[in-house]
Design a protein. Structure first.
Length: 575
């Protein structure tokens, strides 16, 4: 679909539709919350093919009619069906090192660049009408439907020796490949395959939110689960106990690992696959979303030769990604870095990474003890779960090692009392900790459909319950110095941003995620407070007086900068 601005310019230049019809269509589109283009074509104000031929002329991009055009299966499948549908693009021909793409929005540079990387071919873009594209997309559905029909015709649920045979049938393999490839192209972090009484549902976690993507017939269930078990080297005839495994695939130039967890549920077995991009390079601190002041505190802390850096937050808050980014900065030829993880999520060249194995007694604590005999400069402990691990990590930090680790607490001030509650002596906690950093992940506003808006009273009141809105003006003034225009402290008059929803963000208004942070830096006063068994409230009060930016404030600053939304910040900072 054409961008609204481009559509209006084309209508004006080629005099498509009379003024009254266009005005009526605009009013109708606004009232029905539909796209203007959709209303113009549905009401016959403009002809779809004529509009897109004119668009091709205006954008100086060749037009292609796909109606009745024969497209070879291997060319069509250069782009997986679900991806083609989501991004409204079809590969219809190739020529040497070139792939010819038909698109309804040829200005979608992000998708074009993405397909250049994924196919390894140079894209040549053509514009086509939505009707033509829809017809081409039906061919994908026909292929998947054929695979599903073949599996269904194979009979009812299979068992025993038939499982291996069902898992190795081409239609089953194709269905699994479609599910995996679609998840990769959509940027999912997890795939949930969930059996119900009469069907099998597939959901992806995209930007932290679970999204239903397809429903498969019940007949597919046994073969699909058996196929994933074979890939992950698990027992295919075991259905009553949980199983964990891992497998890798190569998708064009990218190596991907899938961590598999299978548990028995009422209607069969539920599978969750975590996608791990093994070749992904660590992000920089700027890419992670650090504001200037917190970033400087973190950079100072990681330059210290010893001590402990703790990252806290719930599961899925990006703690491991942050630690890998810090390791990426510290990973130099002159240092020995050892990590003990559960599991190893990303491979880092030059870093000695170990996976815990509780079955043979290789726990975090046991691994840490062994590491201290390996002459390390830097140690990363995946998670401090118990007193033993905490004490060994703290002693390592005291004896000249830089220790990085994670802990499950809601905010930074709670972390130090938590370690004391675990049974670690307060003076050890106080003298070894360099910084404690708490974090959450917020979704970023889609840059293609971002628009300004003012908060309504409901959201304003919700914000007022968790933040002193009288201080909002000074918060922005102190942390957004670049071209910041002071709009006062009346939150209903301050300009914020949100995404309207478009094809490129799946109508969600969000695309991608970044962190919001709070960093507690140790000083002499805090050391005294911890030694005196100070509470989390005491620590928080002191840290706020010293100028610590809380996660909520960090999020509000990023909302004002147009990176995320107020509602998203409130959603993830609720305790």
């Amino acid at each position: 679909m054409l961008l609204p601005k481009t559509l209006k310019l084309i209508l004006k230049k080629y005099k498509l539709g009379d003024a009254d019809s266009l005005k009526t269509a605009e009013a109708k589109a606004a009232k029905m919350n539909k796209d203007l283009e959709e209303v113009l074509i549905a009401d016959g104000v403009v002809n779809e093919t004529d509009l897109y031929e004119k668009a091709a002329d205006y954008l100086e991009i060749p037009y292609i009619s796909l109606k009745g055009k024969e497209i070879k299966k291997e060319i069509l499948n250069l782009i997986p069906g679900p991806v083609a549908g989501t991004h409204q693009v079809v590969a219809f021909d190739t020529d040497k090192d070139e792939v010819k793409l038909a698109m309804t929005d040829p200005t979608d540079i992000q998708t074009i660049e993405f397909l250049r990387r994924k196919t390894g071919l140079e894209p040549k873009v053509f514009i086509t009408s939505p009707g033509d594209l829809k017809e081409a997309l039906h061919r994908y559905h026909a292929e998947l439907e054929d695979d599903l029909r073949i599996v269904q015709d194979g009979g009812n649920e299979v068992n025993g020796g038939d499982l291996k045979k069902a898992a190795e049938e081409v239609p089953t393999i194709n269905i699994v490949n479609t599910v995996l490839e679609h998840a990769v192209y959509e940027g999912a972090s997890d795939i949930h395959i969930e059996p119900a009484e009469k069907e099998l549902s597939v959901r992806y976690r995209i930007d932290g939110i679970l999204k239903p993507v397809m429903t498969l017939p019940k007949n597919v269930q046994s073969g699909l689960i058996a196929r994933i078990k074979i890939l992950a080297n698990l027992k295919i005839d075991e259905h009553m106990v949980p199983q964990d495994g891992r497998f890798k695939i190569q998708l064009q130039d990218e190596k991907l690992a899938f961590r598999v967890s299978i548990i028995p549920v009422y209607d069969g077995e539920k599978i969750v696959l975590r996608l791990l991009h093994e070749t992904t390079k660590p992000l920089t601190l700027d890419q992670l979303g650090f504001l200037d002041a917190p970033r400087k505190i973190l950079e100072t802390a990681i330059k210290k030769p010893h001590g402990m850096i703790l990252v806290t937050g719930p599961t899925g808050s990006g703690k491991t990604t942050t630690l890998y980014s810090v390791l990426g900065i510290l990973n130099q030829p002159g240092v020995n870095i050892c990590t003990i993880e559960d599991p190893i999520e990303y491979r880092m060249p030059g870093v000695n990474q170990s996976q815990i194995n509780a079955k043979v007694g290789f726990t975090f604590a046991a691994g840490l003890r062994s590491f201290l005999r390996q002459d390390p400069n830097i140690i990363m402990v995946g998670e401090i779960r118990d007193q033993e691990t905490a004490e060994i990590a703290i002693h390592a930090a005291m004896t000249g090692h830089l220790v990085l680790s994670t802990l499950h607490t809601n905010n930074a001030p709670t972390t130090l009392p938590r370690l004391v509650d675990m049974g670690v002596a307060p003076f050890l906690v106080a003298y070894t900790t360099n910084i404690v950093m708490a974090q959450r992940l917020v979704r970023k506003i889609c840059t293609y459909c971002k628009k300004e808006y003012k908060l309504d009273k409901t959201v304003g009141n919700e914000l007022g319950r968790v933040f002193d809105v009288k201080k909002i003006s000074s918060l922005f003034k102190d942390n957004i110095p670049k071209n910041y225009k002071d709009e006062g402290s009346d939150v209903e008059k301050i300009t914020f941003y949100k995404g309207e929803g478009c094809n490129r963000c799946g109508q969600t208004g969000y695309k991608g995620r970044m962190g919001i942070y709070e960093i507690l830096e140790m000083d002499e006063e805090l050391i005294k407070m911890i030694n005196a068994h100070g509470t989390a409230d005491d620590i928080k009060k002191y840290a706020r007086e010293k100028g610590m930016i809380t996660m909520l404030e960090d999020g509000l600053i990023k909302a004002k900068m147009g990176i995320t939304t107020i509602s998203e910040v409130l959603r993830v900072t609720k305790e």
